[in-house]
Design a protein around this ligand. Structure first.
Ligand code: SF4
Length: 393
């Protein structure tokens, strides 16, 4: 049994690209989880011209280009600016770590609150790089299982709550005060984390629930969030048409095709799904070569895998070929309905921060196995070769 350290680190941006095993990564944070059709086509062009021809959809509904040569970064950033996809500077980009409920409608609470928080980023304290907000104020929460430290959510009684991640309950807030109190909670975190004996208090959930009693009165948890919404699936949707991207990777050709059929632009989700806004119900007829997922029962939707080796320098194992074989039931019996699998190149677990039924974690060229946990949890079995994995599934 191995106790793993929790993942540390920082996130790439457009102002702050990251070197990876296959070149530079440039990440774009679309505002309100949405891009126009013209922006989507611009990203597809940049991926073809400078990157590896693929665009990643991350688990915070961001998009990233990868495989860039170092001298391609400057022209790419210039083009992103022309497309309206660049923040003013690196500090603003880093602070705008806001995940918005992707089914928001113009003028609703999620829309308003996201815009207000984005306009008040300069009121936030210095926060750890991955510290973020979820704005999830539709009729029912969609983002409860997605990573965020401070959540504005619909409550069970129809109001709005601010909830510190790691607590089951939140504090009721008036809509007009919600953003100000989310910012106040971020200040509370920054001050409390500084005084912690634990060196690793980088996320709200590291402080909760142990320090809930120290929260100010107005933030004390007492109201339950509304029951979670039914998850989105590929297929026709009232907003347009929803399509999936296996392992969160979409080719430039597929992005182009979706953009051509999305008069309202594309809505991005943290679940490897994109909605072609205004796209009609006939969009299910995508050419198979585009690799889009159009069926709700596609087994790839239950499997997460990061890029792995040789594309990430931290990986010692290839991940997606194995994940694809397991999803297809080639190496072992197919996953049962509702089961989730995560194949991670290392214990950082970039592809999935949520618990999976089974997680295979690369280490030293082999795989360790975590059941009912995340990639950085204790492994039950270690050092398995890929051909030994079927025996333990
Ligand atoms: S989880 Fe995967 S992508 Fe993330 S650092 Fe590890 S090997 Fe690289």
């Amino acid at each position: 049994m191995i106790m793993r350290p929790e993942p540390k680190g920082w996130c790439p941006g457009a102002h702050r690209p990251m070197q990876s095993g296959d070149g530079m990564i440039v990440r774009v944070r679309p505002r309100l989880s949405q891009i126009s059709a013209a922006q989507a086509k611009g990203l597809a062009r940049l991926a073809r011209q400078y990157g590896n021809g693929q665009i990643d959809l991350t688990n915070r509904a961001n998009l990233q280009l990868r495989g860039l040569l170092p001298d391609a970064v400057a022209p790419v950033v210039q083009d992103l600016s022309a497309l309206g996809l660049l923040d003013l500077d690196a500090a603003t980009e880093s602070r705008r770590n806001i995940l918005t409920q992707p089914l928001w409608q113009s003028g609703d609470d999620s829309h308003h609150l996201t815009q207000e928080l984005a306009a008040r980023l300069n009121e936030l304290p210095d926060l750890p790089a991955k510290f973020g907000f979820a704005i999830d104020c539709g009729p029912a929460p969609f983002l409860s299982s997605d990573p965020a430290d401070i959540r504005l959510e619909r409550s069970a009684d129809g109001g709005v709550i601010v909830r510190a991640d790691g607590l089951a309950l939140g504090a009721p807030v008036a809509l007009t005060d919600a953003v100000g109190l989310a910012i106040a909670l971020a200040h509370w975190f920054a001050q409390t984390a500084q005084t912690c004996a634990e060196p690793a208090a980088r996320r709200m959930a590291h402080l909760m629930p142990n320090r809930a009693a120290l929260l100010p009165d107005w933030a004390q948890p007492r109201v339950r969030p509304a029951a979670p919404a039914v998850r989105l699936c590929p297929g026709p949707h009232p907003l347009g048409y929803c399509a999936g991207a296996g392992f969160g990777q979409i080719s430039a050709d597929a992005l182009d095709t979706l953009a051509d059929r999305a008069p309202g632009g594309l809505r991005l989700t943290p679940w490897r799904l994109l909605i072609a806004l205004g796209g009609g119900g006939d969009l299910g007829q995508f050419p198979a070569a585009l690799g889009l997922i159009t069926r709700a029962d596609d087994s790839l939707l239950a499997v997460d895998a990061c890029v792995g080796a040789p594309f990430c320098g931290a990986a010692t194992v290839a991940t997606r070929p194995l994940a694809g074989q397991l999803a297809a039931g080639v190496l072992a019996p197919a996953l049962a309905s509702g089961q989730t699998l995560h194949v991670s190149g290392c214990s950082k677990g970039c592809a999935r921060a949520r618990v999976a039924d089974l997680t295979l974690v690369g280490a030293g060229g082999r795989f360790d196995i975590v059941r009912g946990g995340v990639a950085w949890d204790t492994a039950e079995e270690t050092g398995l070769a890929p051909d030994e994995i079927s025996g333990v599934l």
